[in-house]
Design a binder for this molecule. Structure first.
Ligand SMILES: Cc1cc2nc3c(=O)[nH]c(=O)nc-3n(C[C@H](O)[C@H](O)[C@H](O)COP(=O)(O)O)c2cc1C
Length: 175
């Protein structure tokens, strides 16, 4: 697990290569193994591989989502409204588990924030995605995770750059 944590970086350039169906199944399994508050599992995961839809979804935000058009898979991480008061936490945990599972399978991925983001001045990113995909109004969208075989190389963040000052081991020395 530590090797995966060291290796994982946000990858936004992808090779023109499909992801094998078996790998997609493993990513689905990983998502469904995510822990959630009280075991309610409020999440819903939409798996999109259609290239035309990926291109449309890449326009969900004015910036920070365009690279999705080069991805092979998008997982839209949503929650059913009213199932849990901590759906943001539950979906965030599932989203990072999706990314770590992808990394373990040799895939690059990147989180695309949707909640609280806008497509344009009078349309939220969430409502834009709902229009594109035509899915139920009673789902809230947290984020999309773009996946693909990496077409860029990123080194692990060196240990010396980790912000150990943000770890408080002795509360009496807290500054
Ligand atoms: C909550 C969250 C939202 C993010 N939103 C976006 C986004 O909308 N677009 C994007 O390109 N990257 C997004 N990222 C990726 C971050 O920019 C990236 O994780 C950060 O710069 C650290 O780089 P690393 O993932 O390579 O370690 C997001 C990451 C998180 C955790």
């Amino acid at each position: 697990m530590l090797d995966i944590l060291r290796e994982r970086r946000s990858i936004r350039r992808y090779r023109d290569r499909e992801i094998e169906a078996e790998k997609i199944e493993l990513i689905k399994e990983a998502a469904l193994r995510s822990p959630s508050s009280r075991g309610i599992n409020p999440w819903r995961f939409l798996f999109i591989t259609d290239r035309a839809l990926l291109a449309e979804l890449s326009r969900a935000k004015e910036s920070g989502s365009s690279f999705l058009k080069g991805a092979s898979l998008c997982v839209v991480v949503c929650a059913a409204q009213g199932e849990s008061d901590v759906w943001v936490e539950d979906c965030s945990i599932a989203a990072i588990i999706l990314q770590l599972a992808g990394c373990s399978l040799g895939l690059g991925s990147c989180w695309i924030q949707i909640r609280k983001r806008m497509h344009s001045s009078n349309l939220s990113s969430e409502d834009y995605i709902k229009r594109v995909l035509g899915f139920p109004e009673n789902l809230s969208v947290l984020c999309m995770i773009a996946f693909g075989y990496p077409d860029e190389e990123k080194r692990p963040v060196p240990s010396e750059q980790l912000e150990y000052e943000k770890i408080i081991s002795d509360i009496s020395q807290k500054t």
